[in-house]
Design a protein around this ligand. Structure first.
Ligand SMILES: [Zn+2]
Length: 68
């Protein structure tokens, strides 16, 4: 019998305060995990607060705090 796997699917959703576009920070940033700046579900830590984000829709730059 072959093994059956279940895949975690983590998203980090935010909304642009400028144009209200909703997007996933992980999907938008190809290097999110490679850069390893954050661990999965990280929140309430210095490195997961005031994180610079750029809206893929309008280019607005803002800061977010990761929450879980
Ligand atoms: Zn925007």
């Amino acid at each position: 019998m072959s093994k059956v796997y279940a895949n975690w699917n983590i998203t980090l959703d935010t909304e642009c305060p400028e144009c209200e576009e909703c997007f996933d920070l992980i999907e938008q940033d190809d290097d999110f995990w490679t850069d390893a700046k954050h661990s999965a579900c990280e929140h309430d830590t210095p490195s997961s607060q005031n994180v610079d984000v750029e809206c893929p829709q309008c280019g607005h730059q803002f800061k977010v705090d990761f929450c879980y």
